[in-house]
Design a protein around this ligand. Structure first.
Ligand SMILES: Cc1cc2nc3c(=O)[nH]c(=O)nc-3n(C[C@H](O)[C@H](O)[C@H](O)COP(=O)(O)OP(=O)(O)OC[C@H]3O[C@@H](n4cnc5c(N)ncnc54)[C@H](O)[C@@H]3O)c2cc1C
Length: 107
């Protein structure tokens, strides 16, 4: 994911980049859950790669929430995200990969 983002940045500045990937397509294996992208690191890279708006449209703050319930629905933990904080946003890894690969033009 970092490599793809970097490749997009290079491409944006006219530097030809080759991305080597042995998986045939993004959904060929389970990519895991969400990825948190922070304001002062990952989000800066996404802006530089010119994909921040696409990311923001699909990202969610609820990814920062934690809820713990038993099988009856009784709530033991209910941490609700503060939508005004805006420090980091979560997005499904598979969605992140689709955002970055869709903007990349293979040589
Ligand atoms: C459990 C977990 C949770 C994480 N959560 C976060 C988070 O919330 N926020 C965050 O910013 N970072 C998170 N990270 C870190 C983040 O995933 C990595 O920093 C980032 O993916 C690194 O990008 P990369 O392009 O270097 O490597 P990767 O994203 O791992 O990409 C490497 C690619 O190379 C391919 N590949 C491997 N071997 C070969 C080969 N021999 N030939 C061809 N292709 C090959 C792989 O299939 C893979 O697609 C997490 C990492 C883990 C493991």
């Amino acid at each position: 994911m970092g490599g793809l983002t970097f490749a997009l940045i290079l491409q944006r500045y006219g530097v030809k980049a080759i991305v080597c990937e042995h998986e045939p397509f993004p959904a060929s294996r389970k990519q895991g859950g969400s990825i948190d992208i922070h304001h002062d690191s990952g989000q800066m890279a996404l802006r530089e790669a010119d994909i921040f708006e696409q990311f923001e449209a699909l990202a969610r703050y609820e990814g920062q929430e934690s809820h713990l319930l038993d099988k009856t629905g009784k709530v033991f933990l209910d941490e609700v995200a503060d939508l005004n904080e805006g420090d980091h946003q979560a997005v499904d890894k598979i969605i992140f990969i689709f955002i970055t690969t869709s903007g990349f033009n293979p040589i």
